[in-house]
Design a protein around this ligand. Structure first.
Ligand SMILES: [Zn+2]
Length: 438
């Protein structure tokens, strides 16, 4: 058993409301799966109440630290690590001029391995302990990432990008081979340690009907794997999809028609949806990955948090690196707050802004995001039985942060100061299911 004394933040598993102990105790230990399984949370609560039940326990005392659940990044592209900060006139030119040329380099397994290692180090530095990531269309890009992630004990979900049309040589795959490769990768990696596979059609415009149909069939044959794609990010993209799929009522319904809208399917952006689409997401148990730094960077619009909450479909936060501008969950939470306030979708009329509570933003990047993945009670939270993924945060990491957090009158003010002023300097340690990465 390992135990830590510090301030502790977790969330009520049912309501998502924050739970906080200013002097707390977190006890972790082996789970039911034995020594090889991830360590789990055995208990947490007030230090003085809990320590009586563990008289023999040796406790690591961490005064001035806040223990919080490890962050869950619902949508990121590891091959775009080197694309961050590439300016473009919106999504489609950005793909053509910056993203596809970088992704073509992943045909080389050595390049893929080097970037995979760097990417996983970035997740560590930023306190991200679960990520759902795209790879490129090259199967070796998946092998490189999974091989690097497995020994780290990271809960990583990833998949080979499917794109058999409307993209250049070097990143375009062949329909039949792409589906054979996908199934081989599922069998090789899904459920190995903490790894999971995600069937990954890039987005409807770059996938033929045959490829989408094949992806849907794979999804039906392997119900435990995830599905990840993009939908309704940008107005030019929307117009293109309308041309390509005139028979479908909406962009989202293209995916539904091919059997790609189900539990464990995660769609990045979901900016330009109508109410019928939102209800479809809810009915199918599919989730939206909200990527606010990317949406601001590419000028795509702002996610409609109020409608999402009213409709009740699953959603959570994501970096979307390299369209996104930072691996930092703090930057993403701040941008989500700003997107809520801005309240426009880039096309339609402006809406009244909403102010997302700091604890709500935090939930959307931890327990809420885990719920969107179908992993509630497993990751993204600190509750008995959860895998022991967590971060140690220093609320005084910078002079300004120290000054501001010292004046915080309650938990919400403390969390908001961290969201607005925090970055990777706040993350002093990342613990993944018990394995420590300094
Ligand atoms: Zn993306």
């Amino acid at each position: 058993m390992k135990a830590y004394r510090a301030a502790i933040l977790s969330f009520d598993p049912d309501t998502g409301a924050p739970r906080y102990w200013s002097d707390g105790l977190l006890v972790t230990g082996p789970g039911a799966g034995g020594a090889a399984a991830p360590r789990v949370v055995l208990a947490l609560g007030s230090f003085h109440e809990l320590i009586r039940h563990y008289p023999e326990l040796s406790v690591e005392s961490l005064p001035d630290r806040l223990i919080a659940p490890g962050f869950v990044d619902l949508h990121v592209h590891y091959p775009q690590t080197d694309v961050i900060g590439s300016p473009a006139e919106g999504l489609l030119p950005w793909l053509e001029h910056h993203t596809f040329p970088q992704e073509a380099r992943f045909a080389d397994p050595l390049h893929a391995a080097e970037v995979a290692d760097f990417f996983l180090n970035e997740l560590d530095r930023h306190g991200v302990t679960t990520a759902l990531t795209f790879c490129t269309s090259h199967p070796q890009s998946v092998d490189a990432l999974m091989s690097a992630a497995q020994p780290r004990g990271l809960r990583l979900l990833a998949g080979k990008c499917l794109q058999d049309r409307h993209c250049p040589d070097g990143v375009r795959d062949q329909t039949e081979q792409s589906l054979l490769d996908t199934e081989a990768l599922i069998l090789r990696w899904h459920g190995i340690g903490r790894l999971g596979y995600a069937i990954t059609p890039r987005f409807a415009p770059t996938c033929s009907d045959a490829q989408l149909r094949g992806a849907g069939e794979l999804a039906a044959r392997h119900p435990g794997v995830w599905i990840q794609s993009h939908v309704a990010e940008n107005l030019d993209e929307l117009a293109w999809v309308r041309e390509l799929y005139p028979q479908d009522r909406s962009y989202l319904e293209v995916y539904a028609r091919f059997g790609l809208l189900r539990e464990r399917s995660v769609y990045a952006h979901c900016l330009h949806l109508d109410q019928t689409d939102r209800e479809l997401l809810r009915e199918r148990g599919a989730a939206a990955a909200v990527c606010p730094t990317s949406n601001f960077f590419l000028g795509s619009g702002c996610f409609d948090f109020a409608s999402a909450e009213r409709t009740g479909f699953l959603h959570g936060l994501a970096s979307d690196v390299g369209g996104g501008t930072s691996f930092s969950p703090f930057r993403t939470m701040l941008a989500a707050y700003e997107a809520g306030r801005a309240g426009f979708t880039g096309g339609g009329p402006a809406k009244a802004g909403v102010s997302l509570a700091p604890s709500r933003l935090w939930w959307l990047h931890t327990a809420g995001a885990a719920r969107a993945l179908g992993l509630a009670g497993q990751v993204g939270n600190l509750a008995p039985g959860c895998e022991a993924d967590f971060v140690l945060l220093d609320p005084r990491a910078t002079p300004l942060l120290a000054r501001r957090t010292a004046q915080a009158r309650d938990l919400e003010e403390l969390l908001f100061a961290l969201i607005v002023l925090g970055d990777e300097r706040v993350v002093t340690r990342t613990v993944r299911a018990g394995s420590v990465i300094d």
